[in-house]
Design a protein around this ligand. Structure first.
Ligand code: ATP
Ligand code: MG
Length: 327
């Protein structure tokens, strides 16, 4: 039986962090043999069109992150988004099926636009969930591993796909989101989301010193001033990290924090060690591939070519369904 497809991607605005890992990467690695897997390096032009150098410099870094976490290049197809023109073509067609109001009321668009600090939204930014629909549908992905912030976008994708299939012919596949164990990992600054653009992240390639520093500087329960004050783990990012990366010890941490019997510094040391341990094998794989830049380029070229062939096939079906196949 033919395997179903899985597609997901990341904006190449910077190296990937622990939030990406628990929200999405972990599921990709776990499921990569069960599904025919596609991973998209998304150039993030909707916010970074004016920083071409930055995107260029991060493209291979994010590819390295994929290989580091264990995405197997012999099985998974790693794709450079802008080299698939069919994605742009599908974006234009799909933009007919969605109202401006639906996009403006999308909660993720709202919060990202607020944090961008711009007074007005660019047309392309407002419509990025539509181009994401094109990202997902070009290969007819059935499942999309994502963090929780992506759920409103996936809902829109499903709507667009249903509309297309009803209006014309059932060509497209309605994808299901798959949210990771930790739907939204908090940032070290206590912000609800660890995010590349907020500088509150622990990157997957952080050295032990960098991890220790980030954790040392991370905010904790603001009500806990002295070591023996009883803490509120549910208000502490460090406890959230224990749940995410050291689950077996989390109950003990909760208890001793609430009783004030363990200080923040010991609690931080334990999580630092656990994160170090998680990242060490990833970093070993990272340095293996980092020493082989030609291999990385070969992987990206082969993946993109393969995706292009599939995108062409889908595009042909889409054009036929819409009666755009004149000659
Ligand atoms: P940017 O600030 O550039 O948007 P980002 O950190 O939000 O960066 P994306 O490339 O937009 O990262 O997200 C890629 C994937 O990782 C998405 O599925 C997203 O939901 C997931 N993800 C990102 N940050 C987190 C997080 N803190 N917790 C869980 N999932 C996350
Ligand atoms: Mg994002």
């Amino acid at each position: 039986m033919k395997k179903q497809r899985m597609l997901t991607g990341d904006r190449v605005t910077g190296k990937l962090h622990l939030g990406h890992y628990v929200g999405s990467l972990k599921n990709r690695v776990r499921l990569q043999d069960q599904y025919e897997t596609f991973v998209l390096l998304a150039e993030a032009l909707t916010t970074h069109f004016d920083k071409p150098g930055l995107i260029r410099s991060h493209l291979r870094e994010v590819a390295l992150d994929y290989l580091a976490v264990g995405i197997n290049p012999d099985h998974a197809t790693i794709v450079v988004q802008s080299m698939i023109p069919e994605i742009a073509e599908l974006t234009v067609l799909f933009s007919m099926f969605v109202t401006v109001n639906a996009l403006r009321h999308n909660p993720t668009i709202k919060s990202e636009s607020k944090s961008s600090g711009l007074d007005e939204m660019y047309y392309g930014f407002l419509g990025y969930p539509v181009s994401q629909t094109a990202d997902i549908t070009f290969c007819k992905a059935a499942i999309v591993p994502v963090g929780e912030d992506q759920l409103p976008h996936l809902e829109l994708t499903r709507k667009i796909v249903r509309r297309f299939n009803e209006l014309y012919r059932p060509v497209l596949v309605e994808p299901k989101p798959l949210v990771g164990d930790i739907p939204r990992l908090v940032g070290t600054d206590g912000n609800a989301k660890m995010s590349k653009s907020l500088g509150n992240s622990i990157m997957l390639d952080s050295s032990p010193e960098e991890i220790a520093l980030k954790i040392r500087r991370a905010v904790t329960d603001p009500a806990r001033i002295r070591k023996n004050d009883p803490g509120h783990p549910d208000h502490c990012p460090i406890y959230a990290y224990h749940l995410a990366f050291r689950k077996e010890g989390a109950a003990e941490i909760r208890e001793s924090c609430e009783q004030g019997s363990m200080g923040c510094s010991e609690c931080k040391q334990r999580i630092t060690a656990a994160i170090e341990q998680l990242l060490a094998p990833m970093q070993e794989r990272r340095s293996y591939y980092a020493g082989r830049p030609k291999r990385i380029d070969d992987i990206l070229v082969a993946g993109t070519e393969r995706a292009r062939t599939i995108a062409r096939e889908t595009m042909l079906e889409v054009r036929e369904a819409m009666s755009l196949n004149y000659f």
